[in-house]
Design a protein around this ligand. Sequence first.
Ligand code: FAD
Length: 384
Amino acid sequence: MNFSLTSEQETVQKSVRDFVAKEITPFAKEWDQEEKFPWDVWKKMGEVEIISTAVPEEYDGCGMDHITHAIVAEELGYGCSSIRGTYSVQISLVTKTILAWGNEDQKQKYVPRLATGEIMGCYGLTEPNSGSDAASLSTTAREDGDHYILKGNKMWITNANVADVAIIFAKTDPDAGARGITAFLVDKDTPGYSTQEIHEKLGLRASDTGEIILDNVRVPKENMLGPIGKGFRVALSALDNARFTVAAGCVGSAQSALDTSKSYAKERIQFDKPLAGHQLVQQLITNMTVDVECGRLLVYRAGYLKDEGVPNTRETSMAKYYCSEMVNRVAYNAIQVLGGYGFSAEYPVERIYRDARINTLYEGTSQIQQLILGNIELGIPAFK
Ligand SMILES: Cc1cc2nc3c(=O)[nH]c(=O)nc-3n(C[C@H](O)[C@H](O)[C@H](O)COP(=O)(O)OP(=O)(O)OC[C@H]3O[C@@H](n4cnc5c(N)ncnc54)[C@H](O)[C@@H]3O)c2cc1C
């Protein structure tokens, strides 16, 4: 067993860390307050090959491993969860799903441009009346000659208003439950496709969120992603990738809250000594440190298994469940260390605290992760 990063992983870590410190962290507060996604920074991330880190070289990526991908997500999460969220969707939910399920034409058409950030992607599974119970989705895809006609609404979709292509899950056989779902690649310019912005979110305010309206959208059959009726499997495989990225991002955000707490505790004087000299504050810092380290180890273990190409749903779900709860605990404790100052936007822990909240909700809530893990531990098949 080896807990060290390779020299290549260390090099990526350093360069992304430098990029985040210079281009992201100093501006994250402003983007949050203005609910503005920094497209100029995203473009630069494409130019310096941060977006394409884990995309295979034959599709204009850097071809790096899952641990390196986690390192990138962690560093982005350290600076700004909204950017980390956009990266998660672009690479883990969209690009990797096309790589896993797409035919060669689809891969050539979309992946290189997604990898470089030239186009944006989004993933449309959730609907107004279907969230955790994703198989109950009601968007339909009706066969019509060489096309399918998509009708329905998708809710809470990250990148919805800025995506050039959406992966849309729809029922090709409404009576077949999860086995009646098929995935489609839908280009934004297709007639009948429109979006609606969602604002005033608690956190991730700099990330685009919206609703997708599919009003009889004619999609050619060649845009089907994966086999007919296998859409639910496509959706679950995408979530396995995204949960890993979310977990890594949580580690980064928690590390940022911890670092802020440590420096504040050394500077702030109360009762004639720094907060760091008070044992109950040390206890808070210690608990946060152990929490972050446990999360990181769970992420790296899941990444190791992904690199080995062996089943890892259990370890990925565990990492997502632990890290998403962990970042909420750590952000809460960080505000405790900073006292009243932690409650204001003067310090980043206030934003980290708000941004942290989404992680136990999307890509499968904590309850859904517990059900996945419970089923695995007890040998109960969740989906055949
Ligand atoms: C900012 C943001 C971005 C998002 N981005 C995307 C995206 O890009 N693409 C996409 O498809 N979706 C996206 N989502 C949707 C997200 O994945 C869903 O919100 C999530 O899956 C939960 O579904 P829900 O909100 O309908 O909650 P519900 O499913 O209604 O759940 C409500 C509560 O009930 C609990 N619950 C539900 N079922 C059970 C059960 N069987 N046992 C125990 N407890 C249960 C849940 O854990 C939760 O606590 C996003 C959401 C947000 C807020």
